[in-house]
Design a protein around this ligand. Structure first.
Ligand code: BES
Ligand code: ZN
Ligand code: ZN
Length: 478
């Protein structure tokens, strides 16, 4: 799909809000559609006027102008993209105006994003593809003084989509093809040409660093764990850096605390945090953000075998803290414990954000639309909120006062890896906090949002790639 800032396109998209009394183009038809209540302009509503030898018109509803958000525009254009694909449109023209609180660039970026989203499908394992993209050219008609900024907005959006699609592809791929070594190599293949240094630590190196918690989780698998560190120095003049840490369980069977089959068949997606971090690194590096960022992924599989760790085992960790494994299915926090300690004490990051498909309890509490958050620093949390507002990827902070800590204090080890009944998402988050060494930190539990079982707006069924954008804007606004 190519974007051009000029007039053109056989199909014209007409942007319509519910309060528009008339349109500059096709007004007669519009009046008829409105009066007869065929088309009202509600959000994502479309009406197609298809003409054999003349221009086509796609009326695209945006709802109430005063309520209009960037994310609404993304959703509307995703719908338009799908409609255009249905009529096998090769090119489309859109005349952009400022709407509600949104300026030209915001609307162009959101339109670009929505149209690109409409072409995503994970179909590499289908013998016959279902989604067949047709759109070759998109023409945006905007005032000439807006063009420079619009070009920038389009380029930035393309970088973002690149990262989002990479995250989705990584997470959608099944564990038979996507295990720690492949995850690490794919990160390298995608990032090394973009000025990101990718270091892959193998099992021996992980042992040498005393990452005993990560090792314990990986023990039951024939596939070696990998510890992946991606370093991007976009601002060599500054010492400041932010760490993005992603849970990289390429499969989570639960281990000896075995999951029921119905909960296991999507557990190839338990590296959702890793996918998001790799995707975000790609977007950040492609856009050449002038920031220093380190992406960190503990990657392994949680399986059963004669060498697997067992419920009741007491294990060590890189930090020196000991942990009693009350449940081998609470493995993400173990792998992350070592990764967070590494981020805090080896990388010496000024801020750490981690993303993890960590608890089923988060899915129960917040569902598929909202990510749960735990923090030790309200100011940093606020920065994450600001980023999530721009990205349209909702986040909600959960309470984490010290009383909850009692639930994970151990009797035979320093910590237990589960917190007993109640507040499972919070106690998991507080377990992680034990390993950040006072660094400002936010934990995002994406168990409900990283992988969904039916499409939602521009998010497809399966991996969503959610929070690639949030991380990007968080880094950009540092
Ligand atoms: N990977 C799972 C969490 C999960 C569940 C992600 C559903 C996505 C969808 C995690 O490792 C896990 O199994 N957590 C346990 C923790 C419990 C044993 C304290 C859970 O949520 O049941
Ligand atoms: Zn688990
Ligand atoms: Zn897991």
């Amino acid at each position: 799909m190519e974007f051009k800032l000029e007039q053109g396109g056989k199909t014209k998209i007409l942007l319509v809000t519910e309060s528009m009394d008339e349109l500059n183009i096709q007004n007669e038809l519009y009046q008829y559609l409105k009066e007869s209540e065929i088309f009202k302009g509600s959000l994502k509503e479309t009406y197609l006027d298809l003409n054999l030898n003349k221009e086509n018109f796609l009326f695209l509803g945006l709802g109430k102008e005063k309520d209009l958000t960037i994310n609404d525009v993304r959703k509307a254009f995703h719908k338009a993209g799908k409609d255009l694909m249905n009529i096998k449109a090769k090119n489309v023209g859109i005349s952009i105006t400022e709407l509600g609180d949104l300026d030209y660039n915001e609307i162009i970026a959101a339109a670009t994003e929505g149209l690109l989203h409409s072409e995503y499908a994970f179909e590499k394992h289908l013998t016959e593809k279902k989604v067949k993209p047709t759109l070759e050219e998109v023409y945006f008609d905007i005032p000439s003084e807006e063009k420079d900024k619009a070009l920038e907005a389009i380029e930035e959006t393309k970088s973002l989509i690149n990262g989002i699609f990479l995250a989705r592809d990584l997470v959608n791929e099944r564990a038979i093809n996507m295990y720690p070594e492949i995850l690490a190599n794919t990160a390298k293949d995608n990032l090394e040409d973009l000025n990101v240094k990718v270091d892959i630590y193998d099992k021996k190196a992980i042992k040498d660093m005393s990452m005993e918690a990560l090792l314990a989780v990986s023990q039951g698998s024939d596939k070696e764990p990998k510890f992946i560190v991606m370093t991007y120095n976009g601002n060599p003049d500054s010492e400041e850096k932010i760490a993005l840490v992603g849970k990289g369980l390429t499969y989570d069977s639960g281990g000896y605390s075995l999951k029921p089959s119905l909960s296991m068949d999507t557990m190839f997606s338990d590296m959702g945090g890793a996918g998001t971090v790799i995707g975000a690194m790609k977007s950040i590096a492609k856009s050449k953000l002038k920031k220093n960022v380190v992406g960190i992924i503990p990657a392994c599989e949680n399986l059963i075998s004669g060498s697997a760790y067992k419920p009741g085992d007491i294990i060590g960790s890189m930090s020196g803290k000991t942990i009693e494994v009350l449940n081998t299915d609470a493995e993400g926090r173990l792998a992350l414990a070592d990764a967070l300690w590494y981020a805090a004490t080896e990388v010496k990051a000024d801020k750490i954000i981690n993303l993890a498909t960590l608890t089923g309890a988060c899915l129960v509490a917040l569902g598929n639309t909202t990510t749960g958050a735990i923090t030790n620093n309200d100011k940093f949390m606020d920065e994450v909120y600001q980023a999530s507002k721009i990205s349209g990827e909702p986040v909600w902070q959960l309470p984490s006062h010290p009383d909850y800590k009692k639930q994970i204090k151990g009797d035979f080890a320093d910590l237990n890896n589960t917190g007993g009944k109640g507040a499972g998402t919070i106690t998991a988050g507080l377990f992680l906090e034990e390993f950040v060494d006072d660094t400002p930190w936010v934990h995002l539990d994406i168990a409900g949002t990283a992988y969904i079982d039916k499409p939602n707006g521009y998010l497809p069924k399966g991996a969503t790639g959610v929070h690639v954008k949030t991380l990007y804007y968080l880094v950009k606004n540092q």
